[in-house]
Design a protein around this ligand. Structure first.
Ligand code: UGA
Length: 437
């Protein structure tokens, strides 16, 4: 099937390559010439494991192209909207300018029976407005909301083997045809038995934000527990293991530490609260304010621990930070706890050296004043305290004995509760983590 993908960022680039892998003919459209050029040469403009390989394979098939010329989408049957919906500066609401501009671009080229499949995360009610605009121009074209649940770092796997596929649409004469078209797009994962849920537009939009809100709540829950563990002398990791064995709770997303960041969870819970307020039900999502606040306090707490480690003041102290990305297997530094903690320590006078296997270039653009080095070993030389803030496998498996010989003082703060305290203590380190007193 001929498919267009509007927006070739983390979501769209992976989606375009994966749809080609599934046998379709795909054109990826983006407004950033540099990204389009890189993708067309088989270079992903960001780090995503597995993407270079699938991109190369897709380009070699001759069925995948990237362009800034939107008219290349004119003969596509399905148009996926994969543009970003960032937080509006100074406001909690989502900024919908890229979604609106993608629809503006598409409207004049829509043909009867075309399907516009929205993947971007949007406030509930957005798709209905877009559907009205599309219906006024091309009544038999269908707007379907088809949210995306991929995780950065696992994006290729999540796209090819999703947990579920959701379609939301209006009840119309053309709805069944649109379902059939999307079923053809997703024929391979559907044949693998992926559950498919069909509902209305509003539900489909909400499935995405509700899922992210739930995940954020789960993380903040365990992080709140970690504070309790600290004062009560309990161990949050053991607690998470024990409550996670309850199948109704589950162990995933119960890793306590510096909290959630990235381009999705933080802005999605804020946009959700903002939309709830517009709909007159602000009270119902007020708990998300606390979820957000618990999360932001993790960063403050980490800085406090570092200050304590340095004897009460960070001024002039040498601090090593392992990790800059908001999570491992990604070079995404949007709202990264690691960098916000690093910047805060630097503001308080610390000499901070940051390292990351993949995110240094991005980090340097956003926070140019921090000192970046290529390896963990370089970062820790002469350090008076080491903070592990992104749990890259390379850092989790570091040899504490070898590292102890490089630092000024063997003091490690495990911001992700991912190290074995006994192993580090046995190698002469003082080990601290929140919730593992
Ligand atoms: C998240 C959702 O997991 C995806 O399902 C969704 O599609 C995506 O947002 C999106 O909206 O596009 P992602 O932002 O890639 O995916 O990352 P997650 O794996 O959810 O991690 C988010 C943050 O939570 C990271 O900073 C991670 O370190 C943190 N986290 C995660 C914890 O602090 N503790 C945990 O137990 C799990």
């Amino acid at each position: 099937m001929k498919i267009s993908v509007f927006g070739c960022g983390y979501l769209g680039a992976v989606h375009a390559a994966c749809l080609t892998h599934l046998g379709h003919e795909v054109v990826g459209v983006d407004v950033v010439q540099e990204h389009v050029d890189a993708l067309a040469r088989g270079r992903a403009p960001f780090y995503e494991p597995g993407l270079p390989e699938i991109l190369e394979e897709a380009l070699a098939s001759g069925r995948l192209t990237f362009t800034t010329d939107a008219s290349a989408a004119a003969d596509a049957r399905v148009h996926f909207i994969c543009v970003g919906t960032p937080q509006t500066p100074g406001d909690n609401a989502a900024d919908l300018q890229y979604v609106n501009s993608a629809i503006d671009t598409l409207l004049p080229m829509l043909k009867p029976g075309d399907v516009i499949a929205g993947k971007s995360t949007v406030p509930v009610g957005t798709a209905a407005l877009l559907a009205d605009r599309v219906a006024a121009v091309q009544p038999t074209a269908e707007v379907v909301w088809n949210p995306e649940f991929l995780r950065e770092g696992l994006a290729v796997q999540d796209t090819l083997h999703p947990d579920r596929i959701v379609y939301g649409m209006r009840t119309s004469d053309t709805a069944a045809a649109a379902v059939a078209v999307l079923d053809e797009v997703y024929a391979a994962p559907l044949a693998d038995g992926t559950p498919r849920i069909v509902g209305d537009l509003a539900t489909a939009e909400m499935v995405k934000v509700a899922a992210n809100a739930f995940l954020a709540t789960k993380i903040s829950f365990i992080n709140a527990m970690s504070e309790l563990c600290d004062v009560a002398g309990a161990d949050v990791t053991l607690l998470a293991d024990a409550i996670g064995l309850d199948k109704r709770i589950g162990r995933q997303f119960l890793n306590a530490g510096v909290g959630f960041g990235g381009g999705c969870l933080p802005k999605d819970i804020r946009a959700f609260m903002s939309r709830a307020a517009e709909l007159g039900v602000a009270q119902e999502l007020r708990f998300l304010q606390e979820v957000d606040a618990v999360n932001m306090r993790r960063r403050v707490r980490m800085v406090e621990l570092a200050r304590e480690a340095c004897g009460g003041s960070l001024t002039g102290r040498r601090v090593a930070v392992l990790g800059a990305a908001f999570k491992p297997l990604s070079d995404d530094i949007r709202d990264s706890p690691a960098l916000s903690i690093s910047a805060q320590m630097q503001l308080q006078g610390a000499l901070v050296k940051v390292t990351d296997p993949h995110a240094i270039d991005n980090a340097r653009k956003k926070w140019p004043d921090l000192d970046y080095v290529a390896t963990a070993e370089e970062a820790v030389v002469g350090a008076e305290v080491v903070l592990l803030l992104t749990e890259w496998e390379d850092y989790v498996t570091l040899d504490p004995a070898a590292l102890a010989g490089l630092v000024e003082a063997p003091y490690i703060i495990d911001g992700r509760n991912c190290l074995d305290p006994e192993r580090w203590r046995a190698a002469g380190w003082r080990y601290r983590a929140i919730g593992r007193s």
